[in-house]
Ligand binder design. Sequence first.
Ligand code: ADP
Ligand code: MG
Length: 322
Amino acid sequence: MSFEMWAEKYRPKSLNQMVNQKYIVERLESFAKARNVPHCIFAGPPGTGKTTAALCLARDLYGKAYRENLMELNASDERGINVVRATVKTFARVRTLGEIPFKILILDEADNMTGDAQQALRRTMERYTETCRFVLIANYSGKIIEPIQSRCAPFRFTYLSKEEQEVHIKYIAEKEKVDLTEDGVNAIYDVCRGDLRRAINSLQAAASLGKPITSETVYAVVGHAHPADVRAMMKIAMDGNFVEARKRLREMILKFGVAGSDLIKQVHRELFRLDIPESWKVNLAEIVGDVDFRLVEGADEEVQLSALLARLTESSAKLKGG
Ligand SMILES: Nc1ncnc2c1ncn2[C@@H]1O[C@H](COP(=O)(O)OP(=O)(O)O)[C@@H](O)[C@H]1O
Ligand SMILES: [Mg+2]
């Protein structure tokens, strides 16, 4: 049996198959139709379709011959700008067979290039504009130098909405014949928040357990504690039962292999869902922030999380006392 990544298997092959990013897709489709493409910057968070959109654009432009007209490089590759230069030179030397006079170079993680490398890139872009169009991909366009930004058409990708993610996840589940419960769909969104790559990978990991996908299976495969468990732990601590809360904490760490930093984020999120006065939330959020900071500084996770529970117990006793 072959193992195939669903994120690849279900990667759109044409711009019209992309999920949302509607405004972006429309503009790219107009480029494909006009058979002309400017240099572009695709900026935005991971798993939102930047690489996919660039590949789809190339396919829509060149049809079957897209492979010969497209090159994908990663800027954070150690050889960096030299590889880019060499590739572009080869591109320029070999004329295209089709009617489109330029090829496309996708440069991923362009925001990781140093300022000097970006200056060199800018000169290369200018020199070979006739034969090569660049699609620069970045998480933050702000890290790209101004002279490059001003030569590129900007495209800002955003996380998919809850609904868009859900529709897509359900579609894949149906195609793969996996039993996905509504509660499982919600859990995938809770963990992935519109990062579609992560959502599809989580779905596949959960499906590999070979049973219906529920919130339990989702949180287990992604190494997150179940929000209900986190909430229960916090309630127990705030009810004054520190020892029991600490036991729950250990269970979560051992059972799910939850990372301390993830657990802190979950505690923070649940804090605002608790049915307690606003003023308590402010007070407790400060404590959570403290512990988060210490974890970042490299303190022991379990000790710090225990200390967090102790402080939850302590301060809620104080708050209750008036
Ligand atoms: N807008 C989208 N429409 C359809 N599929 C998407 C979209 N965004 C992401 N995906 C899915 O997630 C995977 C990763 O997307 P990718 O384009 O590589 O993300 P990025 O480059 O923004 O990190 C793709 O293989 C595809 O299955
Ligand atoms: Mg990408």
